[in-house]
Design a protein around this ligand. Structure first.
Ligand code: P6P
Length: 327
């Protein structure tokens, strides 16, 4: 895996960083850069709404349900609108796959990219002021621009991603993404309205001592998962589970650790979604030297068969994921 070829000093603005790394991918004559800027723009708007959610009454469920059967929080809906609108205006995306929409949305037929997004993951945490996140994947369409979107454009393996990342609306707001040349993290400066490079060329520690799993579901875990959890405890690892995937993933990316959402009795294929949660984080994890599997297979090799399919998810420090797979 090539490191990002053009090292940038900490403090570089996102726009300048994108521009200076634009030549890293052959075909994007600025298109992919424009897409990343569209996503960053939408995240600034969502960030503002997330930060004031407690003040103006957009807290609390909107009453409708999303694809996962989760109570749709108003901010979910707003975030979905913001990202869809920004991508529509940017003109580079031809289709949008979103947790909040049953089927994909047709955007600009002449666009060359397909986006898969979870506009606001962990939204049940909004009312209790826990960090939440946006997760996105970017694919290049297979069919020629200007023709109707086809199944082959929409159901692509994670290994086909040309870019992916997440925004974490936490104690500070961060954008972390990869275009296949390493992982870089940007921190948002709200008074300037700009992201600045704060974590260049992020590498995930190959070992870790943090395991993130909802042990409340212990009774419905397989014996092998239970055995692995016993192993973590015998090793004296620390249990850390925020219940917000992006926050748990990001902490483990920086400190080393493993996040597990295994198959359970309630969710035999796990709870997390392949297309707009797991693939993006798997790409980031691998690009940072980590690993992501469904317990047996590399997540990025899974051929999707439906937009909202779930997959068991083991992601984090390479040696920890490999150890878990042995169990
Ligand atoms: P559980 C939030 O709903 C989410 O999709 C992830 O952000 C989080 O890691 C997981 O589900 C929490 O699920 O079953 O542990 O409450």
């Amino acid at each position: 895996m090539e490191e990002s070829r053009i090292a940038q000093p900490i403090g570089t603005a996102l726009d300048r960083f994108i521009k200076s790394n634009q030549d890293q991918f052959a075909f994007a004559s600025g298109e992919l850069s424009q897409l990343l800027r569209d996503i960053a723009l939408a995240s600034k708007v969502v960030n503002r709404e997330v930060n004031k959610a407690g003040l103006i009454d957009i807290m609390g469920a909107m009453g409708s349900m999303n694809m996962g059967g989760d109570q749709q929080q108003k901010l979910d809906v707003l975030a979905n609108i913001r990202f869809s609108r920004a991508l529509m205006k940017g003109g580079e995306a031809c289709a949008l796959i979103s947790e909040e929409s049953e089927s994909y949305l047709d955007l600009n037929n002449h666009g060359s990219y397909v986006i898969a997004i979870d506009p606001l993951d962990g939204s049940s945490n909004i009312d209790v002021n826990v960090s939440i996140g946006t997760i996105f994947s970017i694919y290049r369409r297979k069919s020629p621009p200007g023709t109707p979107i086809q199944q082959q454009d929409i159901l692509q393996k994670g290994s086909e991603q040309v870019a992916a990342g997440y925004i974490l609306y936490g104690s500070s707001t961060m954008l972390v993404y990869t275009t296949g040349y390493g992982v870089n993290g940007f921190t948002y400066e709200p008074t300037l309205g700009e992201y600045f490079l704060s974590h260049p060329n992020l590498r995930q520690p190959i070992n870790g001592k943090i395991f993130s799993v909802n042990e409340g579901s212990y009774k419905s875990f397989s014996q092998s998962v239970r055995n692995y959890l016993h192993h973590c405890k015998d090793e004296g690892y620390t249990g850390r589970y925020i219940g917000s995937l992006v926050a748990d993933f990001h902490r483990n990316l920086l400190k080393g650790g493993i996040y597990i959402y295994p198959s359970t009795a309630k969710d035999p294929n796990g709870k997390l979604r392949l297309m707009y949660e797991c693939n993006a984080l798997a790409f980031v994890a691998e690009q940072a030297g980590g690993k992501a599997s469904d317990g047996k297979n590399r997540v990025l090799d899974i051929q999707p068969t439906s937009l909202h399919q779930r997959t068991p998810f083991y992601v984090g420090s390479r040696n920890m994921v490999e150890e878990a797979e042995k169990f």
